[in-house]
Write a protein that binds this ligand. Structure first.
Ligand code: GLC
Length: 574
């Protein structure tokens, strides 16, 4: 059991973090300023851990009973759920982990698509209190632990899908007596009364996270939101309520956008590949990956909610806890980079890292430290007052060159995870969002930044394993006249290696052309997965702005799908 060191912990983090304790936060402040939360997927499915009758099913574990996974019959699943007995569940340990991770609130599954309520529900017996020997209410315990540690608390509730209650979306079509069941039956007998329960019996609620609204009629969602508003006027409703009725936008699973998104929004992600515990899933995000995705999410203007999946016995996978705590230690060193900061004026990440903003101060989070010790910042339009490393005590020299600001840092990064350069400006941060090719560090520019002619720029998402979503913006449906053109800013003239990341079928010939400059082309193979292929060296004659175009010249143009173009400097090593 972790001792409650929350007060001591808070004093380490500076005044603004103390203000972010749930009890004194304004409506939505933990979301808007906290910028970082814990998602928890936990239920009887965690007990199966993706293994049924000795066979492992790969994909998101909370779908294990679904026909697209183990296809467990409803009765069999409901029988299994009775054996759920999380004797190692420790609410304080989980809340302390969220606190140590630097997260500001916890959202936990009160009822997922399987229909099992993780609390004592009076309106439906398929719940932890009625059918298992576990005679506690883990939701009440976790709500209390969060309150004690100053964290916000809220519930995930699958309001449309219910695979075990008659009438629930994708659930049984008849009741126990064989009578046809309607969605209205499910809504009136279970969904509405349960949302009433979770918004009235667990104290102050930060957020109700509805999910997969599917074809749920608007009138039902409006009723649910009315219950939330009445019982929890300070609570937010997630972007997946349906019919655009949520209080903010929830992006697709596991999607951290590469260009800024306007308004209030969140990315939801998971520490490995499955939301719920899966016995085989040991592919954990490292502390560096967690920080890069968190900082980039904040830099795009959003909030990052990162998931853990406790085991069936209630314990937390040790590796998940370790990586979260390591990232949290970094946040405790630099809370001002993540909390209360806003989107980057560059509108996208930069080759070496990303930028979060607080008033007239930029925080340059450097993920890839330049070996030369010189950090190149393109297009800053506001005059600099001062610059210094958050680790350092002396100012960082800099000079302006052709619209770039070149900061002289040491060749050795001060922080082994992410180093931060604080740049105080003499006014509101303004930047030219034109993509710029770094003189030293490889630059990847995505298709969504291109102007596309005679081809199609379109978002694409697919599942690696079942439920493990990937997202790209790509150029496809190429024609012989097709062209993707980027406007880029170059500081250092000379040669750069050009690679393209694309998917396709068979050999393809790609052309890369600098307007009024060099043209190169090459034939490479392709793969059904997005893969990076070299095209060749290309020369930029001097500092300045260029238009550079890519065309698909030969091969199966219809199947070619371009994700990004890469520039790796060679001028500096010749
Ligand atoms: C998808 C899945 C659901 C999961 C959610 C997390 O909606 O269906 O299982 O809880 O993503 O964002």
């Amino acid at each position: 059991m972790q001792e409650d060191n929350s007060q001591e912990m808070d004093t380490l983090w500076g005044e603004d973090v103390i203000a972010l304790r749930a009890e004194n936060a304004e409506r939505g402040q933990l979301f808007n300023d906290g910028n970082y939360a814990m998602f928890i997927h936990w239920g009887p499915y965690a007990q199966l851990a993706n293994k049924v009758d000795g066979k492992t099913y790969y994909g998101i574990g909370e779908w294990i009973m679904n026909p697209r996974m183990a296809n467990i019959p409803v009765e069999e699943y409901m029988e299994m759920a009775k054996t759920f007995n999380p004797v190692n569940f420790d609410a304080t340990e989980i809340a302390q982990l969220a606190k140590d991770a630097g997260m500001k609130y916890i959202i936990i599954t009160s009822k997922h698509h399987d229909g099992f309520a993780m609390y004592r529900s009076a309106c439906n017996d398929f719940n932890i209190g009625a059918v298992t020997q576990f005679n506690r209410d883990p939701m009440k315990e976790l709500a209390g632990a969060c309150k004690k540690l100053g964290l916000g608390f809220g519930f995930y509730y699958s309001h449309n899908q219910d695979w075990t209650f008659p009438g629930g979306a994708n659930g049984p079509g008849t009741d126990a007596d064989g009578n046809p069941a309607t969605f209205d039956d499910y809504f009136v007998k279970k969904c509405l009364p349960q949302v009433e329960e979770i918004t009235s019996q667990y104290g102050p609620i930060e957020l109700i996270w509805f999910d997969t609204p599917g074809q749920m009629p608007k009138k039902y969602i409006e009723q649910l939101i009315e219950v939330v508003r009445n019982n929890q006027p300070n609570a937010l409703v997630s972007g997946r309520a349906g019919h655009g009725l949520g209080d903010y936008k929830t992006l697709g699973d596991m999607d951290v956008p590469s260009t800024n998104v306007e308004g209030m929004w969140e990315s939801v992600d998971t520490t490995n590949d499955s939301w719920a515990f899966a016995w085989y899933d040991e592919y954990w995000k490292t502390p560096g990956e967690i920080l890069r995705r968190l900082i980039s999410c904040v830099a795009r203007g959003g909030t990052y909610m990162l998931n853990i999946g406790p085991r069936g016995d209630g314990s937390i996978p040790e590796r998940a806890a370790r990586t979260l705590r390591a990232a949290g230690k970094w946040i405790r060193r630099y809370p001002q980079v993540v909390y209360g900061t806003d989107a980057s004026p560059w509108q996208h990440a930069l080759p070496w890292g990303d930028v979060t903003v607080k008033d007239n101060t930029l925080f340059l989070s450097i993920f890839n430290w330049p070996a030369s010790g010189t950090l190149y910042l393109p297009g800053l339009k506001t005059e600099i007052e001062s610059a210094s490393l958050l680790d350092g005590d002396q100012s960082t020299p800099f000079e302006k060159k052709h619209g770039w600001t070149c900061f002289e840092l040491s060749p050795q990064a001060p922080d082994n995870l992410v180093s931060v350069l604080e740049v105080k400006l003499k006014g509101t941060p303004k930047a030219d969002s034109t993509w710029a090719i770094d003189p030293e560090i490889e630059t990847e520019i995505f298709s969504e930044a291109a102007v596309v002619e005679n081809a199609t720029l379109e978002n694409q998402r697919w599942m690696e394993k079942f439920g493990e979503w990937k997202h790209v913006s790509r150029v496809h449906k190429w024609t012989p006249e097709g062209k993707a053109t980027w406007t880029v800013n170059v500081l250092a003239p000379g040669d750069y290696i050009v690679d393209l990341t694309y998917s396709g079928e068979g050999r393809l010939v790609w052309g890369v052309t600098i307007e009024n400059g060099e043209h190169i082309q090459n034939q490479q193979n392709s793969s059904h997965n997005y893969q990076r292929f070299p095209i060749g060296w290309i020369n930029f004659s001097g500092p300045g702005t260029y238009k550079i175009s890519v065309s698909c010249l030969e091969g199966d143009l219809g199947k070619a799908s371009l994700k990004s173009i890469h520039f790796t400097p060679v001028h500096n090593i010749l």
